[in-house]
Design a protein around this ligand. Structure first.
Ligand SMILES: [Fe+2]
Ligand SMILES: [Fe+2]
Length: 139
């Protein structure tokens, strides 16, 4: 079962953000394939540097947008990013140490990290940006 497929209900209506979300979901999908193939924790961890690099770039892009557009939920959204980044880094450390992490625990984390965050925080940001654009407010 594919847990990480992009679908229109995940759209933030901001093209650049949607594209990056889709790329990160693809990576999470590759992670799931590795897990399903019974790869070791250390082997699974090899996907993490790319995942972490994309995450950093993506969070920075969203945070810059929020500041530029004076998004009122910035502090809370930034806190969510910081928390997710810390959890991803911690997971990477544990996998690198070859600590067996249950595949369900890993997939649940990826769901929280990507899907739930997009559905809540990112969609809220998208709605805000769209409403500002409709009001003709420019950065
Ligand atoms: Fe995002
Ligand atoms: Fe976000």
């Amino acid at each position: 079962m594919a847990y990480f497929q992009w679908k229109p209900t995940l759209s933030t209506h901001i093209k650049a953000l949607d594209e990056e979300h889709r790329e990160m979901l693809d990576l999470a999908g590759r992670l799931q394939v590795e897990i399903d193939r019974g790869k070791s924790a250390r082997e699974v961890s090899e996907l993490f540097p790319e995942l972490i690099a994309r995450e950093k770039q993506h969070f920075a892009r969203e945070e810059q947008l929020m500041i530029q557009q004076r998004f009122p939920g910035y502090a809370e959204h930034k806190r969510a990013h910081d928390d997710l980044a810390a959890r991803l880094a911690d997971l990477y450390d544990r996998l690198r140490d070859d600590e067996p992490i249950g595949s369900m625990a890993l997939l649940t984390f990826m769901q929280d990290w990507l899907v739930k965050h997009i559905q809540s925080h990112d969609k809220e940001l998208g709605d805000y940006l769209i409403s500002r654009a409709e009001q003709g407010v420019r950065a």
